[in-house]
Ligand binder design. Structure first.
Ligand code: AMP
Length: 562
């Protein structure tokens, strides 16, 4: 079935979807439409949002529904109000030319009496969230005795939102003769259990792998300590100008914290999570859809209700526990034939988790380094030109006479001036900022339940920019290390010397031909001078090279301390 016209669907349906611009069926539609039209078995379909799931089940059902009966024949259960409204809207569009077919959406956070009134229209199709459906069952406003088809949409999400009991109650209220279709983006134990208990010998369909790993998404990861995560995030955003992205967090609190940080730093960002009221969530989603904000910080659950196809980036601020959630999150970008980038911030102790994700999803995730100030400015310059030439619109007229005489400037000088003007704030911010300390993955156990311990470890640790090979141990008493030499250094706090500068200086002074890097020990910065420890075998290099280096214009001098 390469075209809808080959699908045996009725002319009314073909006309409606033709007007909606659907030409050929999507992968999931190719598999489910012929199945539902011809088979009486239950079905488990693994597919993500955005794959055309709604049409996949509703088109064949609309084709078979009895429009002379006024009883409920199709019940679609889904996790959120947004999804509920979206599905109901789609079904109404598909049945536009089926005069007698009525669809009603029932969901929480909205007047139940009004919904009960609309049920008096006797719709054949109900799309609802589990909680509200139960409420309506209890008020005897829903009669499920004639249900032919039951669709559990985003079953995994309904279960993770705690709708298990509601689902079981509803499933037991519907006739045994019905055909059940379970759609899920991920397959986990809970979904398996529900399907085992409530589906009979289901046929299984999956689009690609469980979660299709899209080829047009580039995956990157950045190792960063807990303390530097927000700054690293800021840099990733700055280094990817003109982005339209979702940042995924693990908890509601983290989501709000990250969104607050971005808003305080002047980004057009907002938070989307379950602690917000329905009205607040609606407002945020609307702002994001209209691109009044271009960065949305969200929990996995809250982001499910959002259907946007043009995301440029997905940022995993925190890794999910389930590798499939990683694929699912990443799959929010790279839609509609566009390329996408997925970037993950990984804490040094999360190496096992990263390995697990790589192993079970087979995704190639490449390590990248947090961009430096220079790299960010370069990217921003590129971003200015990209915007200049792709978003140009003549919105207003102005008299050329308003342009002053610029004949004394070359084209390059003018562009230079404009860029300086445009990027001034950003350039000022990064001017004296140190690059972030480069981190390496450690092989430590990264059990998430030990997160706080990891966090505390992070707090006490600051590695040098070369990674594992050097480590600052600010605390006292100092440990004597036979392989280290202690140096006196002529610069101190009065010269604005910081530990990071010392690490930088040592790395530069000891960077020889061999790839091996010097191990760095204690660094002690005093008012007028400092001390530091460096691996013994680098002593000669250090003493030689440091003489010809300068720090803020000052000569440097080091000698072995007593
Ligand atoms: P869904 O996964 O049902 O949320 O669908 C994702 C989007 O794809 C919706 O905007 C649908 O209107 C659209 N869509 C579904 N099927 C097709 C199709 N065969 N051709 C073009 N667009 C489609």
């Amino acid at each position: 079935m390469n075209l809808f016209t080959e699908s045996n669907l009725s002319p009314d349906i073909l006309k409606a979807i033709g007007e909606m611009g659907y030409e050929s069926p999507t992968e999931i539609q190719k598999q489910t439409i012929p199945f539902i039209l011809s088979d009486i078995r239950d079905l488990i379909a693994l597919a993500q949002t955005g794959t055309g799931k709604t049409a996949a089940f509703s088109l064949p059902i609309l084709d078979m529904i009895d429009d002379t009966s006024r009883k409920i024949q199709l019940l679609v259960l889904c996790p959120t109000r947004e999804l509920c409204l979206q599905i109901a809207k789609d079904i109404k569009n598909y049945s536009k030319y089926m005069q007698n077919i009525k669809t009603t959406a029932v969901y929480g956070g909205s007047s139940i009496t009004e919904q009960m009134r609309s049920l008096k229209d006797k719709p054949q199709i109900i799309v609802g969230t589990p909680g509200r459906v139960i409420d309506l069952i209890n008020r005897k406003a829903l009669d499920f005795s004639a249900i032919h088809w039951l669709v559990l949409d985003e079953a995994d999400e309904m279960l993770s939102m705690g709708f298990k009991d509601e689902l079981e109650t509803i499933l037991s209220e519907t006739p045994e003769t019905k055909q059940t279709f379970l759609f899920s983006a991920t397959m986990n134990k809970e979904v398996e259990r529900i399907s085992k208990n409530y589906l009979t010998k289901p046929h299984r369909i999956s689009v690609g792998s469980i979660n299709e790993v899209k080829k047009n998404i580039t995956h990157e990861y950045y190792v960063v300590g807990y303390r530097q995560k927000k700054e690293a995030l800021k840099r990733l955003i700055d280094a990817n100008p003109n982005q339209y992205s979702i940042i995924f967090c693990r908890t509601r609190m983290e989501t709000q914290e990250v969104a607050d940080f971005l808003m305080q730093n002047g980004y057009a960002a907002d938070a989307l999570h379950g602690d917000l009221s329905q009205a607040q969530r609606d407002t945020v989603m609307k702002k994001f859809r209209l691109k009044n904000i271009d960065i949305l910080v969200a929990t996995d659950v809250a982001a499910r209700g959002l259907d946007v196809n043009s995301l440029t980036h997905v940022i995993h601020y925190s890794l999910p526990d389930d590798p499939e959630v990683f694929v699912h999150r990443s799959g929010r970008t790279g839609r509609a034939g566009k390329d996408g980038i997925s970037m993950a911030l990984i804490k040094p102790e999360e190496s096992r988790k990263l390995k697990q994700i790589k192993f079970s999803t087979k995704i190639e995730i490449n390590e990248k380094f947090i961009p430096t100030g220079d790299e960010i400015i370069k990217a921003q310059v590129g971003g200015v030109f990209e915007k200049l030439f792709t978003e140009h619109e003549d919105l207003f007229e102005f008299d050329d006479k308003l342009i002053p005489d610029l004949s004394n400037f070359t084209k390059e000088e003018l562009v230079h001036q404009l860029l300086q003007f445009q990027l001034k704030d950003l350039a000022l911010y990064y001017k004296d900022k140190h690059d972030l300390v480069e981190q390496k993955l450690s092989n430590r156990d990264d059990d998430y339940s030990r997160r706080d311990r990891g966090r505390d470890r992070d707090r006490g640790r600051d590695r040098d920019r070369g990674g594992d090979r050097g480590r600052e141990r600010g605390g006292k008493p100092r440990r004597k290390n036979e392989n280290m030499v202690r140096f006196f250094f002529n610069l101190g706090k009065k010269d604005q010397l910081k530990k990071l500068d010392v690490l930088d200086i040592i790395n530069k002074a000891t960077a020889g031909k061999s790839k091996k890097r010097a191990e760095i020990g204690d660094i002690e910065i005093l008012e007028k001078f400092s001390f530091f420890e460096v691996e013994k075998s680098f002593k000669g290099d250090l003493l030689n090279n440091i003489q010809s280096m300068k720090f803020r214009g000052k000569d440097m001098r080091a000698e072995e301390a007593n």
